[in-house]
Write a protein that binds this ligand. Structure first.
Ligand SMILES: C[S@@+](CC[C@H](N)C(=O)[O-])C[C@H]1O[C@@H](n2cnc3c(N)ncnc32)[C@H](O)[C@@H]1O
Length: 299
């Protein structure tokens, strides 16, 4: 566990040495798949200063040493919370939401449930945006069937997502009537804040999932949003993670990535549809082998 603060230490904060940076870099790569490239020293330093100060550590090596000694895993959680970039926004890359509402969901309409996984949902804006857009388009009819899973590695971001309370400034790109339709307005101490309505929050479950660790307890989804997270991974972590995500996608299901990202060449089961949109190819025909049946695409 990280140490309680030692208030006798001066507030002077040390710089990260090349050896200390290499230690953090290796840990982030092994445990979270993160690619802390050379040149990110100052960023890492700034993001870890709070942990350094809270723990009363004199240097980054002491912090690293306690993180790897901590068998509870809590220090690793604190590390990833400090290192991750949780930047997101409501209706980000809205063309994906449009495509979801006009092309993907109508084809799923006959199903009893419509399940969507946002696998790096950060502070929740992505997963709530999906709910808002689909509720706007399909009305209450979809409310009983929509099941959203929001996951992220950052417990801090997930706590924020679960609370579902956002300052007005973060709602600037939502149509004004959506504030009333999808949020409760804060008063008194909460003036200037909006809370997603409970009936919408009920459509979303949150879970902490590290994408570089197994997640095969999850069902297969017809839609996975995996936007703006793989860009932070090492090439090895990316090429190990993408096939496991595709495994969690139904045949014919859609995977969304950030508009600037490409999955081309990462998994033969994916076909490019449009920027940031991929579709898992239909399962190949079954081959017969005695009494057994096999398909050759692992779906
Ligand atoms: C820039 S945000 C993207 C949020 C949202 N998907 C969007 O596009 O607006 C990246 C998120 O990926 C999460 N993340 C980073 N490494 C991860 C990992 N190994 N497993 C799961 N989530 C991870 C971070 O905590 C962060 O919340």
């Amino acid at each position: 566990m990280l140490q309680p603060p030692d208030l006798s230490l001066s507030l002077e904060l040390p710089e990260i040495t090349p050896a200390e940076f290499a230690q953090i870099q290796q840990l982030a790569r092994e445990k979270f798949g993160l690619d802390l490239k050379p040149g990110k020293e100052k960023l890492v330093e700034a993001r870890l200063w709070r942990l350094l100060r809270q723990g009363g550590y004199k240097n980054f090596h002491q912090l690293y040493r306690d993180i790897i000694r901590d068998t509870t895993g809590e220090s690793l959680i604190a590390l990833i919370d400090a290192l991750t970039t949780n930047v997101t926004s409501f209706l980000r890359e809205a063309e994906h939401l449009e495509f979801l509402a006009t092309t993907v969901v109508p084809a799923l309409w006959d199903r009893p449930t419509i399940d969507i996984w946002s696998c790096a949902c950060a502070t929740g804006e992505e997963v709530y945006s999906i709910a808002f857009v689909l509720l706007e388009r399909f009305g209450h009819e979809i409310e009983t069937r929509l099941q959203l899973l929001g996951s992220d590695i950052s417990t801090r971001a997930l706590r924020y997502a679960e609370r579902a309370i956002y300052p007005e400034s973060r709602l600037a790109n939502l149509p004004p009537n959506w504030l009333q339709r999808f949020f409760l307005r804060g008063h008194g101490r909460m003036a200037g804040y909006y809370k997603v309505r409970p009936e919408i929050c009920r459509l979303v479950k949150f879970e902490r999932i590290n994408l570089v660790e197994p997640f095969d307890h999850l069902p297969r989804f017809p839609v996975i949003f995996c936007r703006n997270v793989l860009i932070y991974f090492t090439p090895e972590a990316r090429s190990e993670c993408v096939p496991r995500l595709v495994d969690r996608l139904e045949a014919g299901g859609y995977m969304f990535t950030g508009l600037a990202e490409t999955l081309s060449g990462t998994d033969a089961r994916l076909a490019y549809v449009q920027p940031g949109v991929y579709r898992k190819k239909p399962a190949r025909k079954l081959r017969r082998g005695g009494n057994d049946q096999w398909s050759d695409d692992g779906v």
